[in-house]
Design a protein around this ligand. Sequence first.
Ligand SMILES: Nc1nc2c(ncn2[C@@H]2O[C@H](COP(=O)(O)OP(=O)(O)OP(=O)(O)O)[C@@H](O)[C@H]2O)c(=O)[nH]1
Ligand SMILES: [Mg+2]
Length: 501
Amino acid sequence: MTQIQEYFNIADAALPEADHSSNGRLGKAWQRQLAAFIEKRGRRPRILMTGPESKRDQSLDKIVANHFADLGFDVDISPPDLAVADLARLVDENDDHVVCVIGPPALLRNKVSEIKQALRAAKRDNIKILVVADASSKEIDSIIKAGAATVFRTEKDIIPFGPRLLDLLANRPSAPRNHDFYIKGVLSGNRDAVTRTITLIESELPEHRQLAKHIINDLLPHAGQAIRVGISGVPGVGKSSFIESFGKFLLDKDYRVAVLAVDPSSSKSGGSILGDQTRMLQLAREPDVLIRPSPTQCMLGGVTRRTRETIIVCEAAGYNVILVETVGVGQSEIAVASMVDFFLVLMLAGAGDEIQGIKKGILEVADAIAVNKADGDNIQKALEAKQEYTKAMHLIKPSLSYWTPPVLTCSAHTKSGIDDIWATILEHRKLITAAGEFTAMRRKQALEWMEALLDEALLERFFTNPRIKRQMAAIMTDVKDGILTPSAAAHELLSLHTKTE
Ligand SMILES: Nc1nc2c(ncn2[C@@H]2O[C@H](COP(=O)(O)OP(=O)(O)OP(=O)(O)O)[C@@H](O)[C@H]2O)c(=O)[nH]1
Ligand SMILES: [Mg+2]
């Protein structure tokens, strides 16, 4: 499904000779119900996956997460062994609609019952618990008795269950719609108000967007004090593990840390597996840390607006270091680099740039590079990689005359090098401030923010234009059938947009 189809909710089936292989499993009925859900609530259904043990089968987690993403859900994955009380808090903070527990059947009855109690204690007994377990009928009975709404024997049973899932979703009890509730709450650092404001920012409902816009305007004067750090690198380089160690290091220095995860990867159905929290066990428990993975949804360019606004909210709430994790493949890292003060790129030893899939563009925006996993047998290789990257960085013209991005080594596991990285970030801030360029940098970012808002607003105007909405599917079909050339079609759509009724 293309982004445009998704935006207009045009199923492949609506287009003749469509290739159904990509999302053939999703029935039309499900697509309609999902679209109705999104239209009503302003966002996709969001599910929190968890399990009873640290050694839980992570590959099964991934498979199940993918099934839910295929169904159009946004999927959060909790750290393993998270205390149930923290889990109940996470449900609220991520604004999940439902919980899914995966694991060996023998452990599930107790786990489900504990989660049930914790949700009740958190006044969220409206949240239903789904279970995926290869259980016998007897075990299923006991898991249901313990409080599960339904048990899927295998992950394959989830998709056929489809539309009935929507009946199992519960909303967070609604907050007052008044803007004072949010402003006062955020400014006093109230997590409930902070996370609710972020949900408003992520919502596609016009009334939510309107409210969010006013809130952001009023919070802006209270924001801007934090150190904003972007952390990028290819999947598996250790970004989340690094954030876990780095975040802990910052907490020990009495900083309050907000972690935002921007992940542009989304499945064909538009659902996505959100920056998973499995590697942030310690941080997820800390009261002075806020971790918020953000769904990308379908709105083109939306990531930028939402992340910037979320940064403002976190700063106004008193978080003074903001860490933004983004995958270094695609465009998101460039967007993130333009909204942070310091952009750190993590690298692996023993792999050239090409192998790592890192583009030159990402090195151009890096303020420092850190070769991660410099531990055990890998230390020597990491030091060699450090030399290679140092050479490579000399070929790139630095954006600031007084700052040559250094190449460091670190280990998220042993925590070596973490302090050097923080010292580097502080040094950068000191130099850029001394050069009188810090304010200029933030102003430039404000300009880029305005441009991003403009892009988004223009796209939105176009896509929400009723004439375009009416004609889009037919015009797409004509292009597919070769009746209309792509440029004629684009021209026709644009002229529909500018035409006055
Ligand atoms: N030896 C070693 N392994 C590490 C280190 N940091 C991360 N890892 C391992 O690398 C794997 C990937 O770590 P993540 O933190 O999930 O990596 P990520 O970059 O966040 O991955 P994505 O979110 O999928 O893009 C895990 O198995 C980690 O345990 C490190 O410093 N040393
Ligand atoms: Mg990660």
